[in-house]
Design a protein around this ligand. Sequence first.
Ligand SMILES: Cc1cc2nc3c(=O)[nH]c(=O)nc-3n(C[C@H](O)[C@H](O)[C@H](O)COP(=O)(O)OP(=O)(O)OC[C@H]3O[C@@H](n4cnc5c(N)ncnc54)[C@H](O)[C@@H]3O)c2cc1C
Length: 416
Amino acid sequence: MRYSALRILLEGIRGHTGWKPVWRDPAPQPDYDYIIVGGGGHGLATAHYLAKIYKKARIAVLEKGWIGGGNVGRNTTIIRSNYLLDGNEPLYEFALKLWEGLEQDLNYNAMVSQRGILNLCHSDAQRDAFRRRGNAMILNGADAELLDQHQVREMAPFLDFENARFPIKGGLLQRRGGTVRHDAVAWGYARSAYSHGVDIIQNCEVTGFKIEKGLVKGVETSRGYIGAKKVGVAVAGSSSRVMAMAGLHLPIESHVLQAFVSEGLKPLIPGVITFGAGHFYISQSDKGGLVFGGDIDGYNSYAQRGNLPVVEDVLEGGMALMPMIGRARLLRMWGGLMDMSMDGSPFIDKTPIEGLYFNGGWCYGGFKATPASGYAFAHLLATDAPHETATELRLDRFRAGAMIDEKGAGAQPNLH
Ligand SMILES: Cc1cc2nc3c(=O)[nH]c(=O)nc-3n(C[C@H](O)[C@H](O)[C@H](O)COP(=O)(O)OP(=O)(O)OC[C@H]3O[C@@H](n4cnc5c(N)ncnc54)[C@H](O)[C@@H]3O)c2cc1C
């Protein structure tokens, strides 16, 4: 069923009796050509592009819970392509271009809102670093503008510009950045993948891999064995656990990241704003809630809830940046599972096991990457060659000394 304004009108007239379920719940078949493990944004996007762009068939997405129950429905919805290094920036810029056409591609309203992202700088050295980053972005086809303090003041007069410790000196603005309604991304990709013949199988946990002579043959699941020619794993925060079932140890740690929403307020925040002297980022949802977050919880965990010291740290960051936030009431908070790689950059690569492919290590950057990650992973699965925007996102880069240390922070997940 195609969605359109006319369709809404017609359904309104006949009492909304004509809407159909957007995907069915099939029983797993005995085998598939392609199995994607993980029904998050990346897994569903992979299935969509594999079927639609690469014209592959007999594809299943296996999800242990329900579509949208993982990080794709838990993040703070920010999209941007303001990365510095050549290993990362092309993929994120590719993602931003795909976001720009996503709703037409999926025929689904994902509320893509390019309201801009502003990274604040608080020292001359930081401004120099932002200038360099902005130049790198422009060289990779992205947009970037360096703002002085006066320009930032015009955009966001409520910020604490004269803060004695963290005066605001200016900011790096990417106007094409913004937010997207996160769960609509999962539903939109699921709907489109299903309409291209993909089986979306929920409540189906992968519990093991069948590997013979270095070749993957299929997966063991909570709903029985399913054979496959190729298996792509995109399970985000569960990456190390799932890949361990195939005997692989990844340079990834799982940590909780928390997100927060305030009560609904009148329009206040013009786009996305990030604090450059602490870890704090904020935007405002269409319902009016301030949506914000900060650091990961410091210890490794697979729990989807966080601890109070990080809550305090995030709120202190908010108070330092915009003290009037202290008068808003916190409505709710939640946690998701972050797959933190050791250099802060992701992986889209083959594994040493023939027919087994891996996508993960997205750290803070996974939601904004969703369309390009799915596209590049589908390309890899379909052609056995890396997509041109993902050639450096290799699993062996630590052994080869070719890390993509985006923040120059070294091998410490809690600093990325
Ligand atoms: C609080 C928070 C805020 C964030 N904010 C942003 C942001 O603003 N911008 C941004 O770019 N990124 C953000 N991120 C990161 C982003 O959400 C993730 O990197 C991204 O969603 C991960 O990819 P995914 O959508 O495929 O993951 P998920 O939705 O987690 O999908 C993985 C799926 O795999 C399933 N799975 C796991 N194990 C198995 C198994 N054995 N068998 C079958 N299925 C399995 C899980 O149930 C899950 O549904 C944030 C993350 C969090 C937690």
